[in-house]
Ligand binder design. Sequence first.
Ligand code: NI
Ligand code: MN
Length: 225
Amino acid sequence: MKFTFYGHACFVIETGGKKFLFDPFISGNELAKDIDINSIEADYILVSHGHGDHVADLVSIAKRTGALVIAAYEIVEWVQKQGITNAHPMNFGPFNFDFGKLHFLPAWHSSVMPDGVYGGNPGGFLMHGAERKFYYSGDTCLMMDMQLIPRYAKLDFAILPVGGNFTMDADDAIIASDFIQCNKIIGIHFDTFGYIKIDHEKTKEKFKAAGKELILPKIGESIEL
Ligand code: NI
Ligand code: MN
């Protein structure tokens, strides 16, 4: 099982011979200018919410790959209007896909599409149907609802924002990792904009001091999990 980082909150998880692309935002990310968008393959595209830094390349990659778009009902309505037919609308709850069970879960944030259309409620994903179970919180502050996750699954790792300002920072993500009972965290949503620049070494040290592992992936880097 492999995690590949494309910058900000965009990554691909490869598991069971399938590629799951999350929150496609590459063009417009100055830090990801060396990534060739056309080289990114996907069988599924999972969208946490409608902000530009999560959907900028959604329509183009969905059209090119034909991947199934999985997102909030309102986001699916929006992509269908852009000519994408292979899409699965969700609201908060579980569904058994051909790859296994996936929960779409709440996030405390906001969600509007780049053209101003309402994007429904923002969320995160709990993936049961992979070689290793993982949780991607999406953009959110720390929230008590995360305490439900250990009742659903024993996580192998989690992908959490650590940049602060728009989402949790590292201190909040450490508490979140207690809530979800998972000590292996991949940090995302950092460095892209001025408000979310972090000191990598200090941030990793904080996790280490709390008995946890924080991976801060480099853009373009793949990690075996
Ligand atoms: Ni956002
Ligand atoms: Mn964001």
